[in-house]
Design a protein around this ligand. Structure first.
Ligand code: MRU
Length: 366
């Protein structure tokens, strides 16, 4: 059975949404119901659900569920449109760095704003629900394409070992738990494995929240992918002493120039990869690319509670009274990135050293 972070049951009258409580993994698999936008906001903020694509889809579907059980959106089409806009704006405040939620909200607003003659509030709501539901299925398809394109690119461009097989290193969690299914960077690892092209996957612990040891390791064991966990501080030693063809990471926001915000620790992995001649690959759907943000210096980085660093659950692991610096993400400059793999294809730098990401959006209004 494949892992599912998001369980959504469509219904014309009462759709339901449940999410896997990622705070309890890997010890317990418990699903919690999401009835309202407030439930989703709280779950995203507390990281019950996390990962850029999963955050966006849970938020979009939470509003779909809320709309089905409330008449609070009013009686006219105009009132319903206003309600959808306000609720999406509220959800967008939950976490600042990943752009996927803002991207989804923007697309959903366009859907409800399309006017039909004599439209009722219910027709506007119906259009919203169908569009939100479509995002769930589309994400899995996009990830499968990212997996295929990324595996092909690595096998064609990285140092490939005997019998066309590679070992790779990944950071944070970008798999089924961070998306609607299959995953982005972990999707590439799944694709390499299913094509018998993977010798080994290494995953970092990903302090302080341990997405790697708790979630990625859980997915790798679940899928029986040959894998080894390392602490974050072992990455340079690993790349020095073992054969690693590529570091593959996800993204929370890729700026127009290719600078990429991702889980804290990504930047240092990119520096280490460059030093050791290891390819550094960013895997992200085009929904993670923010053409309105020129470069990484304009990306807002979320800072989280120092307790994530001083505690493991309720156990104190640091000297009481110490100050803590806890940015949840960092920005990897484009110069350290070899390829950006999207569902539409792989983008590499041109002769001038720039990523031309705009070509991914030709014909698409953003
Ligand atoms: O704080 P998180 O766990 O939401 O951070 C997740 C990451 O940084 C992922 O790499 C990113 O969202 C891509 S998930 C496909």
């Amino acid at each position: 059975m494949s892992l599912q972070a998001i369980l959504y049951t469509p219904s014309t009258t009462r759709p339901t949404l449940q999410i896997l409580d990622q705070l309890k993994l890997p010890h317990e698999s418990v699903y919690v119901p999401i009835h309202t936008c407030e439930d989703a906001y709280d779950a995203i903020k507390r990281m019950v659900v996390r990962g850029a694509p999963a955050i966006a889809i849970v938020a979009a579907l939470a509003l779909a569920v809320e709309l089905s059980s409330a008449s609070s959106y009013g009686e006219t089409a105009e009132a319903a449109r206003k309600y959808v806009h306000e609720r999406l704006d509220y959800l967008m405040q939950s976490r600042p760095t990943a752009v996927n939620l803002a991207d989804a909200a923007g697309k959903l607003k366009v859907v409800v704003d399309a006017e039909a003659e004599d439209e009722s509030a219910e027709m506007v709501v119906g259009r919203y629900v169908r569009a939100a539901e479509k995002m769930l299925g589309d994400d899995v398809k996009d990830n499968e394409n990212i997996g295929r394109f990324g595996a092909e690119w690595i096998l064609g461009n990285a140092k490939v070992g005997e019998e066309g097989r590679v070992a790779v290193l990944t950071h944070c969690n970008t798999g089924s738990l961070a998306t609607a299914g299959y995953g982005t960077a972990l999707g590439i690892i799944r694709s390499l494995h299913s094509g018998s092209n993977l010798t080994h996957a290494y995953c970092t612990e990903t302090r302080p929240y341990n997405q790697g040891s708790r979630l990625t390791a859980y997915e790798l064991v679940h899928d029986k992918i040959p894998a080894t966990l390392i602490t974050d501080s072992m990455a340079s030693s690993l790349m020095n002493l073992k054969s690693v063809a590529a570091v593959i990471v996800g993204a929370d926001r890729v700026a127009a120039n290719g600078d990429t915000a991702n889980k804290i620790g990504t930047y240092q992995l990119a520096i280490v990869a460059k030093y050791h001649g290891v390819k550094f690959v960013v895997a992200a759907p085009t929904a993670s690319i923010d053409m309105k943000t020129a470069s990484g210096k304009d990306i807002v980085i979320e800072h989280r509670s120092g307790k994530e660093v001083t505690h493991v659950e309720t156990v104190v692991t640091a000297a009481r009274g110490i100050n803590v610096y806890n940015p949840s993400f960092d920005v990897t400059p484009k110069d350290l990135i070899d390829a950006i793999v999207t569902e539409k294809g792989v983008v590499v730098k041109n002769a001038g050293g720039d990523f031309d990401l705009s070509r991914l959006f030709w014909g698409v209004q953003r």
